[in-house]
Design a protein around this ligand. Sequence first.
Ligand code: PAF
Length: 332
Amino acid sequence: QKTISILMIVIIFSTLFTGCGNIKANTALKNDVITIKIGHVLAPTHPYQLGLEKFAQLVSQKTNGKVKVEIFHSSQLGNERDMVEGLQIGVLESTLVSTAPLSSFTKKFYVFDLPFIFKDIKSARQIVDGPIGQELLKSLENQGVIGLCYFENGFRNITNSKKPINTPEDLKGMKIRTMENPVHMASFRAMGASPTPMAFGELFTALQQGTIDGQENPLPVIDTSKFYEVQKYLSFTEHFYAPAPLLISKLFFEKLSPEIQKAIKESALEARDYERQLLDDMNSKLEKDLAERGMKINKPDKAPFIDAVQSVYKQYEKVITPELIQRAIDAQ
Ligand code: PAF
């Protein structure tokens, strides 16, 4: 089945882009412009896109126009898993994703998915940028993917069409879409909900048609994907932090000159800081904006939610390792 799905990806990408031999062409013609196609699943107004536009501009500047970055938003190149597989086999150069599709490479990525593990945004950034985050990115390399750095999606909050979520009891029986991530699903189960995994591209329609009651995402996603049109309640639970690794195909990257590799790495770090600043700016005004767009917002006490998910730490301790969990806690 895996072979068939890889073959299908090859066919889709070859059909979509006549430049399927892009990588070969890129490196063969030394004086030609090298093109990096980057895909992501979010809207063109989300900081993912704006951060990538900054990346494109910096790469072009630092390589004197030798490298051009083309960005494809809104799942145009497929869902996150398809794109990561595209990097592995060299039919796509780069992608910006959540950590969900990376856990099939190393389950240690689950450490970032543990509910309420990060004290605040400052600690979260420190940990993903520090030794733990860098070790995890490094571990992708033997699977054909290079992690340049972590952009960010932010702290996730619950929206739904039924009622405000004040305690875990309010989630009882509610169908909440989660990412295809077992730690996220276990956490929602532990809080009493009925987790329904689904690719992001299908989410808006599922909310609109009422096949699910709610979902969870950071405020900039709720805003830029217009979930306020189909969800009435927004509860600030901030239960998971979502880093967003910027990835590049190893097959592609290793064919570039050291100067170009350096320019790409430096541009990624500068664009990461820019994207995080955009998120901070957006987050500081979105509570008001989303209320104006009709959402009913509440800020529940987090303590009963934290109590409810303690079993998830025990459940995932074996795959993440108790040492890694403790390191992440101690580093804050
Ligand atoms: O909900 C999701 O699936 C993620 O937050 C998203 C939108 C794919 C960002 O990486």
